[in-house]
Design a protein around this ligand. Structure first.
Ligand SMILES: NC(=O)c1ccc[n+]([C@@H]2O[C@H](COP(=O)([O-])OP(=O)(O)OC[C@H]3O[C@@H](n4cnc5c(N)ncnc54)[C@H](OP(=O)(O)O)[C@@H]3O)[C@@H](O)[C@H]2O)c1
Length: 242
């Protein structure tokens, strides 16, 4: 993955952690970047912000609901058409809906599992053949510390993120000899709109999106023989538990 200008596809790149990663890939690694969100408004705004931050950089955006395998197929085709290859895939699109198992509707359960887990499968399913054709690549899945720590109200979210760990590790075994590396990053609390709004006071201690983006940039800087497959990153001083 050296020489030519590399291309990244960042799902959930319209806002939050995905946006921070897209920004870092453009500004620090001079990559061509395709972002997606599920809303036209946020996706267009994200592209405009990235263009303003990195004038002369190549960025495009597409509306794509990653819960739809057909929409993901179109997203990947559009990315290849626009930039010619996909060297890096970052799966950051995700939702957080929380609630007691007895009160959570099947619709909400499906939204969480289909976005956070099936959506990642659809993206990898479409992108791996593109990476193979290009001689390799790097896939980075944004998991969560909720993928290793359960909590009340987390039935859907915990299940999606625990599942993503298993998916990421099996994916790594599937593609490692095809020169495709897979890592998954497990952040603790990050200051974004995730899960229904920025919580008051969270900004004082939470991670910033740039902290997670730095992990992604560091991973991409590793020698091809080296694969830090799972990275946990947490706020160093969260509020003490009472
Ligand atoms: N924030 C945290 O504290 C935290 C901690 C650990 C892990 N994470 C994980 O980090 C990832 C990103 O979270 P975030 O904090 O950046 O959240 P965010 O600020 O709410 O942004 C979510 C992003 O995902 C996109 N998205 C949601 N559903 C989608 C769908 N069905 N199809 C396509 N795009 C979709 C959103 O697009 P729109 O703009 O169109 O809505 C947006 O770009 C998630 O996987 C989350 O589980 C977050």
């Amino acid at each position: 993955m050296t020489g030519k200008q590399r291309t990244a596809l960042v799902t959930g790149g319209s806002r939050g952690i995905g946006f921070g990663i897209a920004k870092a890939l453009m500004m620090q690694l001079d990559m061509k970047v395709m972002i997606c969100g599920q809303s036209r408004e946020t996706t267009e705004r994200g592209v405009a912000q990235l263009r303003a931050l990195a004038p002369g950089g190549e960025v495009d955006g597409a509306v794509c609901n990653v819960r739809s395998d057909q929409a993901v197929r179109e997203l990947v085709a559009r990315t290849v058409e626009r930039f010619g290859s996909i060297d890096v895939l970052v799966n950051s699109a995700g939702v957080g809906h929380f609630g007691h198992v007895a009160e959570m509707t099947p619709e909400v359960w499906r939204e969480v599992i289909e976005t956070n887990l099936s959506g990642v499968f659809y993206c990898c399913h479409e992108v791996v053949p593109v990476m193979r054709a290009g001689g390799g690549g790097y896939i980075i899945n944004i998991g969560s510390l909720a993928g290793v720590n359960t909590f009340a109200g987390g039935v859907a979210y915990n299940a999606s993120k625990f599942g993503l760990n298993g998916f990421s590790e099996a994916l790594m075994q599937d593609v490692r000899y095809e020169d495709i590396r897979v890592s998954y990053v497990l952040p603790g609390s990050v200051y974004t709109d995730f899960g229904g709004g920025r919580r008051a006071g969270k900004q004082d201690w939470a991670l910033e999106v740039d902290d997670v983006a730095r992990v992604v940039v560091d991973l991409l800087g590793h020698h091809p023989r080296s694969l830090p497959s799972r990275v946990e990153i947490r706020p160093s001083k969260p509020p003490r538990k009472k």
